[in-house]
Design a binder for this molecule. Sequence first.
Ligand code: HDE
Length: 712
Amino acid sequence: MQQNQGNTTVSGDDMKTRQMERHTADHREQPLTTNLGVRLSHTDDSLKAGVRGPTLMEDFHFREKITHFDHERIPERVVHARGFGAHGFFQVYESMAEYTKAKFLQDPRVKTPVFVRFSTVAGSKGSADTVRDVRGFATKFYTEDGNYDLVGNNIPVFFIQDAIKFPDVIHAVKPEPHNEVPQATTAHDTFWDFVVNTPETAHMVMWIMSDRAIPRSFRMMEGFGVNTFRFVNAQGNARFVKFHWKPLLGVHSLMRDEAQKLSGKDPDFHRRDLWDAIEQGNYPEYEFGVQMIDESQETAFDFDILDPTKLWPEELVPVKIIGKMTLTRNTDNFFAETEQVAFCPANIVPGIDFSNDPLLQGRLFSYQDTQLTRLGGPNFHEIPINRPVIPIHNNQRDGLHRMTVDKGQVSYFPNSLRQGYPAPVPEAEGGYVHYAEKIDARVIRARSDSFQDFFSQAALFWNSMSAPEKEHIIDAFHFEVGSVKDKAIKQRVVDMFNQVAPELASQLALKIGAIPPAEPGRTAVAANSAALSQANTRQSPVSRKVAVLAENGVSYPAVSQVVSVLKTAGIQTEIISSHMGMITSAEGQIFEAVKDFATAGALLYDAVYVPGGSGSIESLSQTSDTRDFINEAFKHAKTIAAADEGVDLLRASDARTVQLAPPNAANQLSTALGVATIRKTSDWAGFSQEFMKLIAMHRHWERTSQAKRSNG
Ligand code: HDE
């Protein structure tokens, strides 16, 4: 399929697209038919005995249409029900032959098609995108050795160490069973009851309470394989590996208040963002990284490398960046692709193998099993999105929804009637052989002693946070644990997290009416890891969204020149006015306001720009919507820019608390706490550049404590 052809890139990425196309239907300019191809003359009335009489049983069209509709739904995933997918391709940067024989990691010219599904975990299919939760990050590589699934999350560790506890943690986090409340949140009693009774959750809970759990975009999240796997090379040598995805746009998050409000304003915020970015050609990109540990080093660390509640600090085990994934195509049909895609961590290819991580071992069973209910039988590998791009040959037959018509008399092995085909493939020719790990042990139902340190890495995470990140974690604990009704559970949360971060525990206690710990907890970990803090992430303004507030009388150069610089840099702008439609600039040019204050809101943008023009500012200042818009952006630490009379509008908002360009100064740029203002300038390009620098910073956290003060 993906043969090397000189130095040219071998495009395997459209293999999957072409395969999928064989199963698509385009209904344009086609006659209406039944499912059996009978053309229909009328579909608006059922067949009746008289126009006012009863419907007749013989109405095959009615029966078929209603029956099909009655069965349109399949069970949602028991976890990760709400998700969103896209197609793309993966390319390795250089051959990884030294470490693995996995074919898709050998040749930088080969493009391997992928399908990725991002998801939340706890919420139902119809819940909101921006809830506080871990995000699933599942990738299906359609390789020339068969499908490889990397079914990861955007948090590198997990709540529990052994798969047998998965139903417990999920039952605890899901809506409570007696009243199915609350939806898609950890802010309730059963979740925290489980946490305080399961101290191994401490590390993951710190991540869940951090900004990682409320990403700005699927395009701005890391991905982690979480579990420990193996790379095996052609010589049969193995290394332990952990997998990483690193987004080229950096890792960025929402604020709690913003995320909660977005759940109402736009429950589809993340899927819309991904869809729009791909439609606009802003293809999301993630670099692929591996951490590798030699077999001889298996026990060389002060954590167990098989324990899924532990990460491998990047300072100890560097992440080697080995390739890149680019998402380039939205789905044609959500149900056929995103809903029916079936991932499974057991779907691996030669060159990759499992480890004894007890969470992974359980996962290897669960995923195939759950699809039997969800997708209704054992033939879901035949659904187009799940098919490998290479042929399948075996003696498996029949079952619900079998699509393939297997020819011939023989469906068993060994056979002589078909000369022993399909025939097993020797390892040297690509047949999968499991890594021959030596195991010498007694059967036992117990946890390893090396899994017993629950708090050190939780403390490492806390130590690694910047001051604003720590503030956000305290705020999240405040909201979440503050929502718990049972006082004893609240107290136990304080006491448990006193073992992780005493200052967190004592501040939390005061906020939620619990008793502060008498003395700091016993876990004294001084280490920190720079890689864990989002303060050290990449910055880019590309594909950010800017709201331009304007009315009739807006200054033409202040809009057009700034918008054109932003556009060139890949930033999107939308003009928002008190009404949608055309507005006329002071100079007479026409702009289109694509949104108004009812349909938009600062929540939906990364930055706000208020251009001058006295007529525009006069109208804008007559509605409290404008002030609310600016105040909300200000509160959520977003970049704000204003020019000329626009600066006066900021003076009437919470932004007055930062330094703004003074009334009479010409061409004096002021940038304070993410607010850029200028008056009487002709250097729009220079102003736009400064504005863009601020947008690239994502948020201006140093402002948030000030915003709290001015609101309070
Ligand atoms: Fe999953 N998980 N999981 N999980 N998981 C499922 O499989 C399970 C775990 C993850 O977009 C289910 O097809 C067990 C860790 C993702 O379709 C189910 C355990 C990680 C997705 C299941 C875990 C994940 C799932 C439900 C504990 C990060 C969505 C539907 C041992 C590495 C895939 C399905 C998609 C989905 C079981 C823990 C990631 C029930 C038993 C750790 C991204 O089989």
